[in-house]
Design a protein around this ligand. Sequence first.
Ligand code: BGC
Length: 345
Amino acid sequence: MSIRTLLMTVSFILSVLIGLVVSQSGAKATSKSDDKIVIGLSLDTLKEARWQKDRDIFVACAKELGADVLVQAANSDDTTQMQNIEALISRNVDVLVIVPHNGKAMAKAVEKAHDAGIPVIAYDRMITDCDVDVYISFDNVKVGEMQAKFLLKTLSNHGKIIRVYGSKTDNNAFLFKQGQDNVLKPFIEKNMIEVIHEDWAEDWKPENGKKIVNAAISLHGDNFAAVLAANDGTAGGAIQALTEEGLAGKVKVIGQDAELVACQRIIQGTQTMTIYKPLKKLALRAARLAVDMAKRKVIIAKESIPNGKIDVPTIAIDVQVVTKENMEDTIVKDGFHNRKDVYGE
Ligand code: BGC
């Protein structure tokens, strides 16, 4: 039996026993274990607080593991992100980690990386219609379901709501909506929940979240009970619109990310709930994964998610609902934010 056949057989047996073996389709054949590993990290944006945290944890962990990280941020622009990735490829990085601004547009970047023998990790957001090697994220459909379940509970299953979705260029925005729809549909069909206004916040910008709520109020007045926002950034924009109308604190607002400002708003009473996504777990896991992939180690993923072209080996990390009641036991206890910063004491 040739070595290749033997490896394929071992891969097959492993995948049946424990999960999917990440194929690293584009990877250079040789292991670079003797050289210093260089990881290319291409981010959509660093404007939102969460991505700064992701970057810092990722870079610190990779450094501890002996790797260098070249970081690029694209300011929510596809052309810039493509140029950033081309620059990283030309610097001969061992592995690329991409948070795509546009999951579809970055398929081309994966192709280019593979042509250069560089494997690619999709970080938090899926890259669609391509052979991306592995996807690491949270269970994003579950995030949407948790938001909607909490909303129903807080409204006792009845009420008028405004829905603010995320950016249409981000696959996650559709997954959050899908999760919300899974839970809300029967209540909407029975007219127990009425969606008076809904729209997509371009590029996840808080000002677009604000515009959507402003539009809802000017079209339908202030008779609604909640805003279901796709994330804390857009929830923040929504709360600005509510504040202008004297509705902040009266209308329930749902978000996600457990950003510091959102946690503060929850304590102050203008936001009702957020979802804590343990970024530390995600970033540490991704940094270790990147180093292992750079060393061309065998990677096993327990799940897979279709991306329009293949079933992408997937690693998903668990999330938690955060309210005023459990802030201390989740965010503070986990060291995600300091007690002092959250409570302003
Ligand atoms: C992430 C959210 C984030 C949003 C805007 C999504 O892909 O899952 O956590 O708030 O992007 O950056």
